[in-house]
Design a protein around this ligand. Sequence first.
Ligand code: BG6
Length: 280
Amino acid sequence: MNYKHITASTIGELESIRLNHPKFTAEVCLFGGQLLSFAPKAHGEVLWLSNTAILDGSKPIRGGVPICWPWFGPALGVNAGKAQHGYARAVDWRVESVIESPEKVEVVLAPNFSEQLSKEIGLTLKARFLFSESVEIQLVSENNGSASRPLSQAIHSYFNVADIDNTQLTGLEGTDYFDQLTRENKKQQGEISIEQACDRIYYTKTAEVELISALRSLKIEGCGHESIVVWNPWQQGAKNMADFDDTGFKQMLCVEMANTRDLVIAPGETHLLSQKISIQ
Ligand code: BG6
């Protein structure tokens, strides 16, 4: 690996790339193609990674920005019995290209699916990371085959908020959502504060929300989504997950640009889902 701002590294037993640039530092794990750390210079860590995350490739990594693809949530229908949130976060990825400049770094990664899996999915995936003072993650899904294919997905970002009691998410006031815990449809009243377990799918194409915490305000922009998922497992939920440290729920909030209902990707079609994270 011969780049100015990128070095090959490891985290636990997994290969990663570390980026050290005048404008930011970052780490992307090649297992899952998962961004684990992003810190614009002069700012602290933007992402949350569980202290008990499993870093040996035996299961997806708890934290950073998992990529849920080619489905979001439990595997349903023909995929019943398969892994929650799809295949992408549980396979090794490769670096496809890197462009470096004094202003930014662009890294494109692609998953190493087996031939059989690629055939089953029928879509190709690339993740483009655009790093600067902000980070943008773009998922490019392409149908090169001759039959239409379903796709649901999420850019499942775990944000470091330091203190969930002191955190608000704005921009979703008045939005309809599905509460995955009570299985009810509801409407958001006012800004979002988290005081208990939260697992909600907001049905919206809104291009921007703001995450205000004691650490900073983050602008979270997206395109290509029809949902924004907001998740915090709270105390009992965290306890039930061995890879979620017991007090970690106090320091994180997931805000995920997503397509939670199947899109249909026609032959020759490309779909772009993106999430951009900037310090306000
Ligand atoms: C969220 C879902 O996106 O991911 C939740 O809305 C789910 O229902 C959470 O519990 C974490 O999923 P996992 O598979 O990483 O434990």
